[in-house]
Design a protein around this ligand. Structure first.
Ligand code: HEC
Length: 121
């Protein structure tokens, strides 16, 4: 009787342990999977955009001399995604066009990145 209880306890305990260990092992994998995308777009922003817009979107010294808007500001954040994508794609004012060097997906990823700058502020 007691042995049966211990046996059952061990079965439950090992089942719970398996689930816990499984979750612990899976978490970093899931996180790593959602990671590269945002890392890639922030890397892209750093190499293609930060010279004018600054890594945080506020605008570099060069950018400010060209009157870049603060990408985190409501003025930019209230623009629809399509308009941001179009500005990146076709250029605007002193901003060069990127449609020759970036794919649609990359431009979309940059739009998402610009949205995330807003939340970080
Ligand atoms: C050579 C400097 C320069 C570079 C590089 C540059 N920008 Fe710009 N950007 C500007 C300027 C100047 C403006 C303001 C344009 C205007 O409104 O006349 C601007 C405006 C913008 C806007 C606001 C558009 C709007 O409709 O008001 C967004 C979004 C933007 N840039 C994103 C980016 C992204 C993303 C990159 C990198 C792929 C980038 N920019 C690279 C100079 C630059």
């Amino acid at each position: 009787m007691l042995r049966e209880k211990i046996r059952r306890f061990l079965v439950y305990a090992s089942a719970i342990l398996t689930v816990l260990v499984g979750a612990l092992l899976l978490l970093p994998i899931l996180r790593a999977n959602s990671g590269p995308d945002s890392t890639a777009s922030s890397e892209m922003f750093r190499t293609k955009c930060a010279m004018c817009h600054g890594q945080d979107g506020a605008g570099s010294a060069v950018g400010r001399s060209m009157n870049v808007p603060d990408l985190r500001s409501p003025v930019v954040q209230k623009l629809p995604d399509a308009e941001l994508a179009q500005a990146i794609s076709n250029g605007k004012g002193g901003m060069p066009s990127f449609k020759g060097s970036l794919s649609e997906d990359q431009i979309q990823a940059l739009v998402t990145h610009i949205r995330s700058l807003h939340h970080k502020k």
